[in-house]
Design a protein. Structure first.
Length: 205
């Protein structure tokens, strides 16, 4: 890491440390079996997505799916400090790429109350077409399964991303000082698979 990027990271962490955390969200996910009593397949499918959306709409995921290419961070989704733009491929812009500060694992820091700079293999933003912040569950659900807006991914690829991608996995163990996504990555993967198997239906709102 260069001296310049280290200074930027430290400055941003000091600023972020002063921001109060959001109220804690749900810490667990219901198992797929909890939805077996819903007789109507479409209703069961939509309910499964709503449960999975506890993860999808957590701060850990929303920060990777910002409303614009301007990156957000923290449990309250404040603008990233130093100011960052995801660029064309979600890896930053020339001279200030994400990997300047974010490595393959969290990097310990002694700045303020922030224990570490986040890191995971393949750290980057989602495509611009997959912006989720400010959208309803139905809008996100429709977007996720639309190849024109999800990077050309099939539902099988969406399932693989949710269940196996290391960046998604980081959301469940993001390090001290950050609210983890509820449940586990395995539970999320099971919910997404069950949602797909029941027709990938979307909630009405």
């Amino acid at each position: 890491m260069t001296r310049r990027s280290t200074w930027f990271a430290a400055t941003g962490l000091l600023w972020a440390a002063a921001i109060p955390l959001m109220a804690a969200g749900p810490t667990t996910l219901q198992a797929v079996s909890a939805f077996s009593s819903i007789a109507d397949p479409d209703a069961r499918s939509a309910a499964l997505f709503v449960e999975a959306a506890k993860v999808i709409t957590s701060a850990r995921c929303l920060n990777c799916h910002p409303a614009t290419r301007d990156v957000t961070q923290g449990d309250d989704l404040h603008l990233h400090m130093p100011p960052m733009n995801g660029g064309r491929v979600g890896a930053g812009v020339a001279g200030l790429q994400c990997r300047s500060c974010h490595g393959a694992a969290n990097t310990p820091t002694l700045v303020g109350s922030i224990e570490s700079i986040p890191g995971s293999p393949g750290w980057l933003l989602a495509p611009a077409s997959m912006a989720w912040q400010g959208k309803s569950l139905r809008e996100i659900c429709l977007q996720i399964q639309d190849p024109a807006r999800n990077g050309g991914r099939t539902l099988a690829k969406i399932s693989e991303h949710m269940a196996k991608d290391a960046v998604v996995g980081w959301a469940f163990a993001p390090g001290d000082g950050r609210e983890p996504a509820p449940g586990t990555q395995a539970q999320l993967g099971a919910l997404i698979d069950a949602w797909i198997a029941t027709g990938a239906r979307c909630p009405q709102s």
